[in-house]
Write a protein that binds this ligand. Structure first.
Ligand SMILES: [Zn+2]
Length: 428
């Protein structure tokens, strides 16, 4: 075995859908890549009649050279489906989940995996030997901004999402240019020609939008051994809501630590976000004690690591821009403590166990409790009763005979007479 190539990832998803047709749906992503590739995501949903299910959306493969991400997500889907069907639990090294945990996850949540966001980049990177310049390719393969030079092709899809995308306006000129984003097509962090200019980013947007009840979004990257939570543009602060990505008054001030600007995160929300990151981290570390750390994205490395246009920040904006859709936490896992994009397959197998244990741990954490399930059924029951009563009521008293005081024909007739009187008066 070795890393799955682009074709194998697609056939793995189709194969899982064929093997588990009642538990999965294949979701074709709408936007083909520059080289014409079309990708799929896989939805795992047992017991579709349960309607209060939260969704967890897991994506990977956005950076071409980070070879192991898609393998992690394909294995995750296969593990959950196989264990559920066998009514078995799951063991990842020292971390175990019971059969009841697996049943709860599959029956009461939507688990969505989109393993290969950037298939053009992956196909190109895997065409080179590990460590070569070609294998080190990071971006997609869109040549539009490169002026015909192949070395200047490609957009960093993880700087292309609609979160403070216009970094030259939104950030301070002294924000770390090595991590933020770049307007130079030759740069590894070239951000494209506009927010969501790239089909790969639009596919992720489409997928998340399909799940209004998405509560957790996780983008799997390598390397470092960290679990990152928002925000990525500046230090978090919970005291001043006006210091926000939505407020243009702070344009030109973001991305620097220890100054007036910090990105607002409500005081009640911060502990929820850090708790979910800790659930991911603890699930990973329980496998073989790899010492993963959870931290704010802005502090990825020892110095500040400001970023513009990343998926995890974009996902987290939804609850601020559209509170009716509920809370959606955005996270990023940087797997591989050995700081290498191309681990041996033996090392990679261990890391698949690490990260999948973290992701299953988050699924279990997100699974509604039995109390929530009963409340959901009760609510549905009351809705059904109310619907039947309303249908019956409307048949008895059709809306066309309703007067201003309710469906009383007597009042309607009186009103009609009043109107007649007015019209005869006016006529006379
Ligand atoms: Zn990456």
């Amino acid at each position: 075995m070795t890393f799955l190539n682009v074709t194998e990832i697609e056939s793995a998803l189709i194969g899982l859908n064929n093997a588990y047709p009642r538990l999965t749906q294949l979701l074709p992503l709408p936007n083909p890549t520059h080289e014409g590739r079309r990708s799929h995501a896989l939805l795992i949903r047992g017991n579709p009649s349960f309607r209060c299910r939260p969704a967890l959306v897991f994506v990977s493969g956005v950076h071409a050279r980070e070879w192991g991400g898609p393998d992690i997500l394909v294995n995750l889907a296969a593990d959950l489906l196989e264990a559920y069907t066998a009514n078995a639990g799951l063991a990842y090294g020292a971390k175990t989940f019971s059969a009841a945990d697996v049943r709860g996850i599959v029956n009461r949540t939507d688990v969505v995996v989109f393993p290969d966001i950037n298939p053009d980049g992956r196909a190109y990177s895997m065409g080179g030997t590990a460590g070569s310049n070609q294998a080190m390719w990071r971006k997609n393969r869109n040549p539009a901004s490169g002026g015909g030079s192949t070395g200047r092709a490609g957009v960093d899809v993880n700087r292309n999402y609609d979160f403070l995308w216009d970094f030259q306006t939104k950030f301070s000129p002294s924000a770390n240019p090595g991590t933020l984003a770049s307007a130079d097509p030759g740069s590894d962090i070239f951000h494209g020609t506009g927010p969501f200019s790239e089909p790969e980013a639009r596919n992720v947007q489409w997928l998340v939008d399909r799940f209004p009840k998405a509560r957790y979004f996780v983008d799997v990257h390598s390397y470092s051994g960290d679990v990152l939570y928002p925000w990525g543009d500046d230090e978090n602060q919970s005291t001043d809501p006006s210091k926000s990505f939505m407020n243009t008054a702070w344009d030109g001030k973001r991305g620097v630590s220890g100054d007036a600007y910090g990105e607002y995160i409500p005081a009640a929300r911060l502990p929820e976000v850090t708790a979910a990151a800790a659930v991911l981290r603890d699930g990973i570390n329980a496998v073989r004690n790899q010492g993963y750390v959870s931290k704010q994205g802005f502090w990825l490395w020892s110095t500040t690591y400001p970023t513009s246009g990343t998926s995890e920040d974009w996902a987290f904006t939804r609850e601020f821009l559209n509170p009716r859709k509920g809370k959606l936490g955005g996270f990023c896992i940087e797997f591989n403590r050995n700081q290498n994009f191309f681990p041996s397959w033996a090392e990679m197998k261990d890391m698949i166990l690490d990260v999948d244990a973290g992701l299953v741990n988050l699924c279990e954490y997100a699974t509604p409790s039995w109390v929530q399930v009963i409340l959901c059924w009760k609510l549905a029951w009351w809705h059904r009763i109310a619907d039947r009563f309303l249908t019956f009521w409307r048949r008895l008293f059709p809306p066309e005979i309703w007067g201003p005081y309710g469906p009383w024909t007597r009042i309607v007739r009186r009103l009609e007479r009043i109107l007649e009187r007015f019209s005869t008066r006016r006529g006379g």
